[in-house]
Write a protein that binds this ligand. Structure first.
Ligand code: KG4
Ligand code: ZN
Length: 368
């Protein structure tokens, strides 16, 4: 029996994405971004993003079908991000998907963007930790193949809106939250610290690059919620044993910059970037590995925009290896927002025999 051919549509933020998968095989991942139009505002402007999706959708769809060598009639199912995200931006993708579903008579699946970020790790040929060259997809395909839904599967989701460690009982409908940030998401902290350091927007990639020139040990920034009163013990866990807080490290960076300026000294921007990144990545990975060990998780999917971060990929790889945990790291282009992840999760739903969503659902910008 042929594996389902699934078309995925993503429009929750600034990326218009159309991806096509066959079962767990990626056929194409076509993305058009409106980020260039948002840069001068220092953040994504919802109205501009929505209009850009309108312009980009049909060309992106055409490109994806042609790259995959697929006719619309051959598609078995359509999947679309229905939340969370920017309401107007989501609306464009959802309306486009409904129109396609009605016009072609294909079943439509509403997809949670966050679950899709980690579900992308179930596509064939995910790179094991460390092999993170985006251009070298062939190297990735020689790595370990993510097992089809192993029993003890977890996910570390690190994006601009979320930082979560999840236990995945069934990726289709049973995902348990073990821990999360209690304030800023990690990507948000990267973006805010980049602004403090004058690095522009979006900040994550800029800090990632600059940190390579800095000394991560030059300054020690705080690791939030690691004090014994929050951690407790394995037997008697504290309230925030698996939770993170990133607002403290952001404030510490701001204070550090002020101190250099008050003394009339040059601000060591690269050292601060490296030390900030080390603090964030250290606490993300140490708590994620702890949560996995104490909850019997043996296989972990890494996902979300910050999963593109070179130090996070490296340290998660090292610490999971030491703990005997198998880690699946998507190539860079599948970490940031894209349609392939939506198709990948849609395909899991089809293969699990779960019914389509119909066309009456509404986008939900604050979907949990
Ligand atoms: O998942 P995503 O594309 O959008 C959300 O759903 O939030 O994540 C975007 C976030 C932004 O905060 C961006 O700064 C961050 O991911 N990001 C990075 C890197 N690339 C993107 N953060 C750190 N290092 C990177 N290389
Ligand atoms: Zn995202």
């Amino acid at each position: 029996r042929l594996q389902p051919l699934v078309l995925g549509i993503e429009s929750s933020c600034d990326e218009t994405g159309v991806g096509i998968v066959r079962g767990t095989t990626l056929l194409t991942n076509t993305v058009s971004s409106s980020m260039d139009e948002h840069v001068r505002f220092g953040g994504v402007i919802p109205e501009i993003a929505s209009r850009a999706h309108l312009d980009a959708f049909v060309p992106t769809l055409r490109q994806a079908l042609s790259d995959a060598g697929v006719d619309l009639e051959d598609i078995d199912a359509i999947a679309v991000t229905s939340g969370p995200g920017l309401a107007g931006a989501l609306m464009v993708g959802v309306c486009a998907a409904k129109a396609l579903a009605v016009a072609t008579g294909k079943p439509l699946y509403a997809i949670n963007h966050l679950v899709a970020h980690v579900g992308v790790g179930l596509l064939d040929g995910q790179s094991p930790a460390g092999k993170d060259s985006a251009s070298d997809r062939s190297a990735a395909t020689h790595g370990a193949v993510a097992p089809r839904l192993p029993d003890n599967l977890g996910a570390l989701l690190v994006s601009g809106g979320h930082t979560e460690i999840l236990k995945i009982n069934r990726i289709t409908d049973d995902v348990e939250l073990l821990g999360s940030t209690i304030d800023d998401a990690a990507g948000e902290a990267y973006d805010k610290v980049a602004r403090i350091l004058g690095l522009g927007y979006p900040g994550g990639p800029a800090i990632d690059r600059l940190a390579r020139e800095g000394n991560p040990k030059a300054i020690r920034f705080p690791r939030g919620l690691t004090q014994p009163k929050y951690m407790g013990t394995a037997e008697e866990p504290g309230k925030h044993r698996y939770d993170w807080s990133f607002s403290g490290v952001k404030t510490a960076v701001a204070r550090c910059v002020e101190q250099f300026e008050a003394r009339g000294e040059d601000v060591p921007v690269a050292d601060i970037a490296a030390a900030f990144q080390e603090a964030v990545v250290d606490v993300i990975t140490s708590k994620a590995v702890l949560a996995c060990r104490e909850n019997g998780i043996t296989d972990v999917l890494l996902g979300g925009g910050v999963a593109a971060n070179s130090r996070l990929r490296e340290l998660t790889g090292q610490r999971c290896a030491s703990a005997g945990i198998r880690l699946y790291v998507p190539p860079l282009d599948l970490c940031t927002d894209n349609g392939a992840m939506v198709a990948a999760l849609g395909s899991q739903l089809v293969m699990a025999g779960i019914g389509p969503s119909g066309i009456r659902f509404a986008p939900d910008s604050s979907m949990p």
